[in-house]
Design a protein around this ligand. Sequence first.
Ligand code: 4AD
Ligand code: MG
Length: 482
Amino acid sequence: MKRWRISQILGQEGQTLINQEITVKGWVRAFRSNRFIQLNDGSCMASIQAVVDFEKFEEALLKRITTAAALSVKGILVESQGSGQTVELQVSEIEILGDANPDDIQKTVMQPKRHSLDFLREQAHLRFRTNTFGAVFRIRHAVAYAIHKFFNDKGFYYIHTPIITGSDAEGAGEMFRVTTLDPKNPPLNEDGSVNFKEDFFGKSVNLTVSGQLEGELAALALGQIYTFGPTFRAENSNTSRHLAEFWMIEPEVAFNDLKDNMDLTEDFLKYICNYILINCKEDVQFLSERDAQEQSQKPQNERNEMSLMERLDFVINNPFKRLTYTEAIDVLINSNHYKKKKFKYPVEWGIDLQSEHERYLVEKEFKCPVILTDYPAKIKAFYMRLNEDGKTVAAMDVLFPGIGEIVGGSQREERYDLLRQKCEEFGIHPDELWWYLDTRRFGSVPHAGFGLGFERMVMFVTGMSNIRDVIPFPRTPQNAEF
Ligand code: 4AD
Ligand code: MG
């Protein structure tokens, strides 16, 4: 018999199923009074109520209907007599598909009560079964889908860039090495260094930090492309916003300049928020209430005044504030916060902005998403286009309330000589990137792109405050358990 998903039964389609016999499969959330089973199959937040006439079933079977057990139930779908649900299932057949020992359940996150996120993280293999993580991962899927839809509808092509690479696109040197050499006994050069010529690829390679450089090659032929893949950074930063393995979306567009790039980013981020508000209402509503409860436990001055729903609405309906790095430094230096010496780190032209500076601009000064542009060349990657002033580059960072940097991007240096010179200044041997530099010799054009941190976006639309709670199996320093 066909298995109906609970989202179908409780949705529009369900009305056509009234008085029909249907089968539902899922996991028990609760079993009350030997009569009411709450069954959830992950298709939506809500469970279906399956009503059992206990006189018709053997006690041995009823005993096995415990929290977390997997069941297949067959019965007639009827309008519900009780409050709290519109329809319910009058059960005629029950099959136990998988038992769950109640004593073992006690120790897990499936025990139906509120658990701390830390505890849930220790059981990342089971947390999918909770309401919060069910909502988070359904939304995560919807964000990924919305991203593909946005670009597909605009005529972008999805390009798969390599995960194993020999180049360090961002030049930050935070890479994981990939090797098959024997760590105890590697082949050595005469000077004692490891001879990677004998390694699997005949050279030293790493997990990629970004697909941008390869993406640019595709954009300079296909016009507009995007990548969407895993990226890896071995930065030892144990914060609520950093992962060692995260997903990034990197669009790249031939003929776009920095202004076009900002417009595309803003459209894109608004589109995602809008898509989620419309298509994930029930889950957003649940997380919004969860977030409100969490906010109410914080000290007054740290609370977010807007609810999750309002924050999404706000992003959709307000233009992002755009200003240059130089203007932002002025704003910071002229702030009372600065005058009262409340910043921990110094503020002067040329510094890499710290998260306290970014948060001040977004949360205190402008109170909306901010796009900062034209950063000093020295603190940004080698591939960014040098501005007329000779000291800043056509970079842009998008800063979001509660998140900080969510997008980093730029117009690219399309002039061969300048790009080659930049490589040398940044200590990159042009021979290593000959294939990248080559694109600037055969019909080079202005082009621009950016990278969106997928998990940071999911944080924003779910209201979760720790990045470890929006990826199924987080990888952070000293942590790759699951
Ligand atoms: O600013 P980033 O380093 O930019 C790039 O990698 C460029 N190649 C993008 C481009 O122009 N095509 O990273 C882009 C975004 C950041 O803004 C942030 O949202 C996210 O990736 N990100 C991280 N997310 C989670 N954990 C980390 N360790 C992250 N590092 C960057
Ligand atoms: Mg960045």
